[in-house]
Design a binder for this molecule. Structure first.
Ligand SMILES: [Zn+2]
Length: 365
């Protein structure tokens, strides 16, 4: 991806004056036939006292199969009917309309929007579990309770969402087959979510990583115990896995100033960027621009980079940012999940790989 403009970095106000406080994220874009672009969900900050679950109607929880209590119960298996009987209130893209859907129908629209139907079945199942978990988490925090909704259909807030008719139109001749594939991914994981301490986790995900995922703490500034860096196996099979952004010195300066930053750029451009350090996961931890320290995520937003895994060089006329992967890098990598699925890993193994130490539970907990 070539990008010679920094304007996209300023669609939302995020002037703080202090570079290290720039934690705004590039919003995700849902795709269907092509690779997932960046379902980069940003978790809400951990809540000490979660609000009661705001799901519209009580959801049956399967009774224990055996009457004899066990000290270490088996992880739950998909129990047919949970998604069909649960309902969820969805604030639509107009910001006004609230539709009450079955959880099954809602999850279909999310998985269809967030991951290509051509991905491996185990990756799609992992995506369905993430979507179900994320919905449970969002409902629990009451983020849209003011509008009597549990989640919204906005990819920049909750998750991407597509109406089945729109999806069918985009899929064309493949509509019937892809519709069934997505439906199976949801039903094969019926009712299963991921939990930590009995609560649904913040199952954030993103498109592709540069070898490793990232700690939530290094990207968002607060630690979440199950969102820590792990290896991720995707590579050059990912479309636009490597991308570059070229900026003139004037453009770099304009980007900084529009963000309220006034770095000392009196020296030659070759000296403007210095002190690049990396996180344990490999993203840029910090880089100095004219003496002002930027976090990798802040630099990513400032210069409209696809990820914070980048290098920058000066070629005598422009700065060249060489970027790997796409998205914030925290949680499940969609292309990584697909790569693991191709290697034979199950959806359970995939989600337990990307979310460290979590358990499988039943919706809602
Ligand atoms: Zn939302």
């Amino acid at each position: 991806m070539q990008n010679s403009s920094c304007l996209r970095a300023f669609r939302r106000p995020f002037l703080t004056g202090l570079a290290l406080s720039l934690l705004v994220m590039i919003l995700p874009f849902a795709t269907l036939d092509e690779a997932p672009e960046s379902p980069s969900l940003e978790p809400s900050k951990p809540v000490i006292s979660p609000r009661p679950l705001a799901v519209a109607s009580p959801i049956p929880i399967p009774s224990p199969a055996a009457s004899v209590p066990t000290l270490q119960p088996e992880p739950p298996s998909p129990a047919k009917g949970v998604d069909a009987e649960a309902t969820i209130r969805v604030l639509m893209q107009d910001g006004i309309t609230v539709k009450t859907l079955s959880l099954a129908d809602y999850l279909w629209s999310v998985v269809a929007a967030e991951m290509p139907a051509t991905f491996e079945p185990e990756a799609l199942r992992a995506q369905a579990v993430c979507a179900r978990t994320y919905a449970a988490s969002r409902a629990r925090t009451g983020v849209h309770s003011a509008k009597s909704a549990d989640v919204c259909a906005g990819s920049g807030c909750c998750t991407a969402f597509i109406d089945p008719k729109d999806a069918a139109q985009r899929w064309g001749d493949y509509a019937e087959a892809y519709t069934a594939i997505i439906r199976d991914a949801v039903s094969d994981t019926d009712g299963i979510i991921l939990t930590w301490d009995g609560e649904p986790i913040q199952a954030v995900f993103f498109s592709s990583a540069a070898g490793n995922t990232e700690d939530a703490e290094t990207v968002w500034g607060y630690a979440i115990p199950y969102l820590v860096h792990v290896e991720s196996p995707e590579g050059d099979e990912v479309p636009n896995y490597h991308s570059t952004v070229s900026l003139t010195p004037q453009e770099v300066q304009a980007c900084a100033q529009r963000a309220g930053l006034w770095p000392d750029l009196s020296g030659p451009p070759s000296t403007w960027f210095q002190g690049l350090t990396r996180t344990a996961g490999g993203q840029v931890s910090e880089i100095k621009l004219g003496g002002i320290a930027l976090s990798g995520n802040a630099a990513r937003n400032l210069f409209s980079l696809r990820s914070a895994s980048f290098d920058v060089s000066w070629d005598g006329s422009v700065f060249v940012f060489s970027v790997t992967g796409f998205g914030h890098g925290v949680g499940l990598s969609q292309y990584g999940a697909n790569a693991l699925a191709k290697q034979g890993y199950t959806w359970q193994e995939i989600v337990l790989h990307y979310y460290t130490g979590v358990s499988l539970g039943t919706y809602p907990v």
